[in-house]
Write a protein of this length. Sequence first.
Length: 83
Amino acid sequence: SIRTIVPGGYEEMKLRIQLAVPDPERVDLDAVRAVFPYGEILPIVLQDGGMRARSGIALEALGDVNDDFMIAVACVTVGYIAR
């Protein structure tokens, strides 16, 4: 249980999210926050990085305009404020 490692459990849990992605200005921060249903999300840190690669396929039905895909490097730190 999270309560064994975070005093106060989910209510006191703090999440620090760092993402390194191509085109960080295009990241939908609300979509990132929605992935984490518990804890207080501290300001998300974005930086240029990750990787843009080719998949070899583009699916027009999904809105693809080329065969690029993006790889993000993510670091999520779980913590709390010691009392």
